[in-house]
Design a protein around this ligand. Sequence first.
Ligand code: SF4
Length: 348
Amino acid sequence: MSHASRVLAWYDRHRRTLPWRAPAGERPEPYVVWLSEIMLQQTTVTTVGDYFRRFIARWPKVEALAAAPLDDVLSAWAGLGYYARARNLHACARAVTEQHAGRFPDDEDALRALPGIGRYTAAAIAAIAFDRPASAVDGNVERVIARLFAIETPLPDAKPEIAEHAARLVPRNRAGDYAQALMDLGATVCMPRNPRCMLCPLATACRARKLGIAEQLPARAPKQQKPTRRGLAFVLARRDGAVLLRKRPVTGLLGGMDEVPSSAWREGTFAAESALVEAPVHASWRILDGIVRHTFTHFHLELTVARATAATDGPAGLPGAAWCTIDRMTERALPTVMRKVIAHAFKE
Ligand code: SF4
């Protein structure tokens, strides 16, 4: 029995039920596959579930998502992180609607030409939505393959070797089920710690298991230390509790999202008092105790928070800024770090 046949037989008995997964024997809508795969990048299945259901309820077809204002998409995405994904999601929906008449292309190259679709996502969509024999290698699959063949080269250098092995195992039939089966196997059996080899359909073939090194694989090159940047966030509140928010530039980190104004975020020594000169408006700023911490892909951020009461209940008087009452915050595209800042400002 081939590796793929064993994995497929296991999948038929143990497949996970997921909100975006079609019932056994049925093929899912490409739109559904694409949406879930974009959401699942860097995010866990548990977190994605609710977001996915909300998106599908609100925008059941790709054309509906394409027609939505970007701000609505960013607000609905708020909290999922890696916001470039949301901007690309919207751009991709528009490209599919305008250039492909609302139908996702069915081959990897055409999929990769769309915004936000990289090698892995293209392969996943081609396999799951169109049953193409494409090899979709995500972190879970990487782990299974590295162990199955006892690949000891550390990641990321091991990627080409892993990809080569993975591609050779893809079956001609049921390629979509096979892709999902490997993902499930990595997520529920071949876990990073304490792999459940006793339950694994690949146990008799697995070299890492034989060598007793499964848990040490895949090996990883030592991570570079992330730098820490620091800054001062300015929470200006009106007497009715509304907070001044402004929109970030469309490109770059948290592009197009809403934010509380802040000083520049810098590495090195930082004194909150000195950063007060960067306040967006003149006010009696009070620096609050404590620090808001958040980690981005490339750096840690520590924000001290300054708070002041606005002298006026009138317009914000700052370009690109607007007042937002606390009860309307959920409608705004506020990234998690900014939610933390506002919560900290109103803690006392
Ligand atoms: Fe992973 Fe163990 Fe299966 Fe090998 S036998 S693939 S280590 S779960």
